[in-house]
Design a protein around this ligand. Structure first.
Ligand code: FAD
Length: 527
């Protein structure tokens, strides 16, 4: 099952196991069990520190648990053949069970250890879902640190009855002690914050007396990360509010236009970005969201930035790099059936619509790409474009035209998503003839572009009609000392290399401001 290059790499990793591990399988006579059997034995053949036992007693079959040989505890479970996006989760779980500490801060480890309850997580994934490994790896690592936490990763495709019974239409979907806990991507910090109600208070208390920054960057996508590196390289005190490293790149399957890297994935590039930032003297403030900006009273003075935890940070310059998020249709039924037929990530949720009928709302590049992608999985795709023609690149439109199971409707404005109270059953659109038309279907993928994450700035800095922060050619906003970069701004062409360049430019401009504008003696804002 494993290619030779992967085997060689894995052999290297497994050689570093501190403790021997056992892969304890619960199998039956089905083809997936045979596949799991083959994978586990191939892995075990790579290291004398890995054994396979077929004496597992789990009810889900096939499944396996990774345990330390001779140690008590539940171990890390997979009711999945963890290939695709979950292969890294499998390798990490083996290394962590085998004695390599998860890469969490000391504070986080202490917090995980101190969690008081018994937590049984069931995490439903699809192997094609690139948002899923974040949750899986976070929960697995947490279970290695605290034996009262257990996690089993379940491939929905292997357990369709469970998927139907729990009405799962979107992954990752996490159950805790039998109840729905979380849908969608989450990292360990976010999971901890949900499990530990006191966490935000502690985070705020910890940041209470933090010294003002010279440059404070909000957002850790490509623009924010690049700004942080450029600022730190100037030797100034740099802070980075990092809700999620990588930003939109984490939702991106393949990236082929990051100059000098012919081909990579979003999660891989995001990990490289984070490693690069952490190689510098940047004060990374993880898992926090900025909620308000308090501009300095005078040029050169200290700006305040309020965080969701309640803390307020201060800085002489602020770089806003909060990027953008998927735009919603805003029609009746969209919120009600979110994750029950209304989806935004074709790579993640496409497999749940196998053999079903879906619509894609949006005829730009992402809509047409989604339609092409889904056409290979689902029975039929209806692509709805509100304008008179598709706006995607010609090469994509040409490809779309060759697909027999795609219907393109132009001048079709989606007005309502319908359902039966449990799932989506159809969609209504207003056609060019002014009449309402109905399409029976089971899923709607919304692909109508992005909205800047700038609402939190309210009317402090100038924004255009689309909510983008108005910047000049130095990345300066309407507020002296506040700069902005990337997709959150009026900079045209929302791309990774452009965001990275923008971040660098904003940081250099912030440094220029720091050396030219003297700091007045004034009180911090807010008072
Ligand atoms: P983002 O990547 O959006 O990052 C912003 C960060 O700020 C996020 O981590 C967010 O969580 C955080 N944030 C938001 N609000 C707050 C707040 N209030 N407080 C703290 N943090 C906050 N570009 C390419 O060049 N090539 C591609 O192949 C490509 N494919 C794409 C595919 C998809 C599906 C998508 C969605 C985008 C793609 N793009 C691609 C575009 C590219 O990802 C973006 O242009 C780029 O990520 C923008 O970077 P950014 O740092 O400005 O913003």
């Amino acid at each position: 099952m494993l290619q030779d290059a992967i085997k060689t790499q894995l052999k290297g990793y497994l050689a570093s196991l501190v403790h021997p591990i056992v892969l304890e399988a619960s199998l039956d006579d089905t083809p997936p069990s045979r596949e799991m059997h083959e994978l586990l034995h191939e892995v075990a053949a790579l290291s004398d520190r890995v054994q396979v036992s077929e004496q597992g007693e789990a009810t889900r079959r096939p499944s396996f648990v990774i345990k330390q040989v001779g140690a008590k505890g539940a171990g890390v479970s997979f009711a999945a053949i963890p290939m695709g996006h979950e292969f890294t989760s499998f390798v990490l779980a083996m290394l962590q069970v085998g004695g390599h500490a998860p890469k969490f801060s000391d504070d986080m480890v202490t917090q995980i250890r101190a969690l008081p309850g018994q937590y049984d997580f069931e995490t439903y994934v699809a192997l094609s879902c690139q948002n899923c490994p974040d949750v899986v790896q976070a929960l697995n690592a947490m279970s290695v640190i605290n034996p009262n936490i257990r996690n089993v990763t379940i491939d929905g495709a292997l357990f369709p009855d469970e998927v139907t019974a729990r009405n799962i239409m979107s992954v990752p979907q996490v159950y805790l002690n039998g109840k729905l806990f979380e849908t969608g991507r989450a990292d360990a910090g976010q999971i901890l914050a949900k499990l530990d109600a006191e966490a935000p208070k502690r985070a705020a208390a910890k940041l209470k007396d933090i010294a003002p920054f010279d440059v404070l960057i909000i957002g850790s996508g490509p623009a924010g990360a690049s700004a942080a590196i450029y600022a730190a390289r100037k030797g100034v005190r740099t802070g980075l509010v990092a809700e999620r490293f990588g930003g939109q790149m984490m939702d991106t399957e393949g990236i082929e236009n990051f100059i000098s890297v012919p081909e990579t994935t979003g999660p891989r590039l995001s990990a490289a970005l984070e490693a690069h930032v952490r190689a510098y003297d940047v004060d990374v403030i993880p898992g926090e969201v900025a909620t308000e900006l308090f501009p300095a009273v005078h040029p050169g003075g200290l700006h305040g930035v309020a965080l969701e935890s309640g803390a307020i940070l201060h800085a002489r310059t602020v770089i806003v790099a909060t990027g953008a998020h998927w735009r919603h249709l805003g029609v009746p039924g969209e919120e009600e059936y979110r994750n029950k037929g209304v989806a935004y990530c074709p790579h993640c949720d496409g497999p749940f619509y196998k053999g079903k009928r879906v619509a894609v709302a949006g005829g730009g590049n992402s809509g047409v790409e989604a339609a092409i992608d889904l056409a290979g999985i689902v029975a039929h795709v209806t692509l709805l474009q509100r304008g008179s023609h598709l706006k995607a690149d010609k090469v994509l439109c040409d490809k779309l035209a060759t697909l027999p199971n795609v219907t393109v409707l132009t001048e079709a404005l989606t007005t309502r998503i319908e359902g039966n109270g449990r799932n989506v059953t159809g969609l209504t659109y207003r056609g060019g003839d002014g009449a309402d038309h109905h399409v029976d279907l089971e899923g709607v993928f919304v692909q109508i572009g992005l909205l800047p994450n700038t609402d939190w700035l309210k009317d402090t800095v100038e924004r255009n009609a689309f909510g983008e922060i108005v910047v000049n050619d130095h990345g300066a906003t309407s507020v002296p000392g506040v700069f902005a970069a990337g997709d959150a701004t009026t900079t045209p062409y929302k791309q990774i290399v452009i965001a990275i360049g923008d971040g660098a430019k904003a940081a250099l401009s912030a440094f220029d401001y720091l050396i030219r504008v003297p700091a007045p003696v004034e009180k911090k804002v807010p008072a």
